[in-house]
Design a protein around this ligand. Structure first.
Ligand code: ZN
Length: 269
């Protein structure tokens, strides 16, 4: 259940009850789980919003419930009497009916917290860059931020403060498409080359969505997931030793910043 589904399910509904079943997902709420339950009860949700891996559920009073989905967090709507799915962590019941909101998270890297005054933009989210599909994404501004960094291009692509949503797989595929070495210094990139690689990343992401038949929000819910797209369409990622689709040289693998990077040493110098 991602943002669009959530919007129809919770917008305008008043919270009648909150049950925290596991304390870990609300650990950022320092006064504790009981206070979290108390603070939310009685509030009414406005339409959910998202930036990067953060989703926030604004309340009509100007505060917000902030959700970091981590690796495995997700929201589901279910009747109050329905059996709990494994790893259900928080239950939210509404005043107007049986259909409640559940936060399910197997690995619990993410979590929920109350963001006072965060309805418009929680301060926890303000430093996160927009993703390439955000209507307010500004390519020229993203390129300027990228070129102002003194780092390698792959690290910059993965930096969620610059641009959000580009994961490891998308970064490798974008660099292959743009024929760019993963360590190319960002400060020596021309504007055109930087724009080319960001645009390539967006195209790879759009391709993954097209073939998976899913929404962009789902990329965040299932960020490590491998849809059928990845099996068929990857040019470099995960293909160590296999021929480059462009020049047939074997794809190489290295570890950059604790992540595997796959590239063609002929095409991407
Ligand atoms: Zn090649």
């Amino acid at each position: 259940m991602v943002r669009r589904g959530l919007a129809t399910g919770i917008t305008g509904r008043q919270i009648a009850s909150v049950q925290v079943l596991h304390p870990r997902p609300v650990r950022r709420h320092l006064p504790g789980a009981a206070d979290f339950e108390h603070q939310l009860t009685g509030r009414t949700f406005a339409a959910p919003r998202r930036r990067g891996k953060y989703l926030w559920l604004p309340f009509t009073d100007g505060d917000a419930l902030l959700a970091h989905l981590g690796m495995s967090g997700q929201f589901r709507l279910a009747p109050a009497a329905a059996p709990l799915a494994p790893n259900t962590r928080v239950l939210i019941g509404f005043a107007d009916g049986e259909l409640g909101l559940r936060f399910v998270d197997q690995r619990m890297f993410g979590g929920l917290s109350l963001s006072p005054g965060g309805a418009e933009l929680p301060h926890e989210v303000a430093h996160i860059g927009r993703d390439p599909f955000d209507p307010e994404f500004d390519l020229a501004a993203a390129v300027a931020r990228l070129r102002a960094k003194r780092t390698g291009i792959k690290r910059a692509l993965l930096d969620q403060q610059l641009i959000s949503g580009i994961g490891n797989i998308y970064a490798d595929e974008a660099l292959w498409a743009a024929r760019m070495h993963y360590a190319h210094p960002t400060q020596t990139l021309t504007r055109a080359r930087a724009a080319e690689v960001v645009t390539a990343a967006a195209a790879v992401m759009r391709g993954a969505l097209g073939q998976g038949g899913t929404s962009f929000d789902a990329l965040y819910v299932n960020v490590n997931g491998t849809s059928g797209y990845f099996d068929r369409s990857l040019a470099a990622y995960g293909r160590e030793g296999e021929p480059c689709p462009r020049c047939a040289a074997p794809i190489k693998a290295v570890v950059v910043g604790q992540r595997s990077s796959f590239y063609c040493s002929i095409c991407q110098r």
